[in-house]
Write a protein that binds this ligand. Structure first.
Ligand code: 5GP
Length: 115
């Protein structure tokens, strides 16, 4: 059993968050420190620490991240203008929470990806 994370506490409703979607595989909620008008985190319910820990067993849950991103982008009214999906991995990727998640960012022009 992986160590509990802030996100697993949100998934289990032990700490509050603005949850937009939840099913058996993923949970989506608004980022506490939004970097765009819509900034949503879509998190696997299973604690997968980083992309480096991904296996074929996770493929259905990881695919669900994309179908939920598409669904929420429509709900947010940003699908036509577009948005950015980001998954950070480890230190150089700027990962802060070691529980695999996808950032959905939109609602303004994000410009080119600057690193
Ligand atoms: P990372 O850098 O790991 O890809 O992104 C972690 C994200 O989680 C950051 O954008 C940060 O603002 C967000 N975050 C950290 N703690 C919390 C929290 O307690 N609640 C919510 N909703 N977001 C959080």
């Amino acid at each position: 059993m992986a160590k509990e994370t802030i996100f697993s506490k949100i998934i289990r409703r032990k700490i509050p968050a603005d949850i937009l979607y939840q099913d058996d595989l993923v949970t989506a909620f608004r980022d506490i420190n939004p970097r765009a008008p819509s900034h949503i985190l879509i998190v696997t319910n299973l604690i997968i620490p980083t992309v480096n820990n991904v296996t074929t067993e996770h493929e259905v849950a990881l695919g669900r991240l994309f179908t939920v991103a598409a669904k929420i982008s429509k709900q947010e009214g940003i699908s036509e203008d577009g948005y950015r999906l980001i998954v950070n991995c480890n230190r150089h990727g700027g990962q802060e929470i070691y529980h695999l998640h996808m950032h959905l960012l939109g609602g303004r022009s994000l410009g080119p990806l600057v690193v």
